[in-house]
Design a protein. Structure first.
Length: 137
């Protein structure tokens, strides 16, 4: 199974957000164990770094660099941006993510913010929903 991770799921993991960390971490762990293939679009890495550096400038870069060493990064192409502009999705960042997910033939986009992906061409799942789908892997 191939999934695209949304920014919030990565932040939940890296920032160990209370009440959100465990499920997000378990999704990442499935990828590290090669039970699923999780991809992180390159376009969200700068957002993640910016948000993390707001709370700890010294740790944001090394923590994110280590994470990127564990999870595959995929590109964002001009065609993905064009597809996002043409999309009926209201959230542009989500539309770019959905376009990338469609191009790489992802099975799911993993996010806590499903409402931004209502018109996504790729199904969405929360971390908890994805874990239920992967039970037994």
């Amino acid at each position: 199974m191939k999934v695209i991770l949304d920014t919030n799921v990565v932040l939940d993991t890296l920032m160990k957000r209370e009440g959100l960390f465990q499920a997000a971490y378990e999704v990442v762990k499935l990828s590290i164990q090669n039970k699923i293939q999780a991809l992180l679009p390159a376009s969200v890495i700068t957002d993640i770094h910016y948000i993390m550096s707001q709370s700890d400038k010294t740790q944001a870069r090394p923590v994110l660099e280590q994470f990127v060493g564990l999870i595959a990064v995929c590109d964002v192409t001009p065609a993905d941006v064009g597809a996002a502009f043409a999309s009926e999705m209201d959230d542009f960042e989500g539309a770019v993510l959905a376009a990338v997910a469609a191009r790489v033939h992802a099975d799911y986009i993993v996010t806590r913010n499903k409402r931004d992906f209502v018109k996504s061409p790729v199904p969405v799942a929360t971390p908890e929903e994805l874990l239920a789908l992967c039970a037994g892997l």
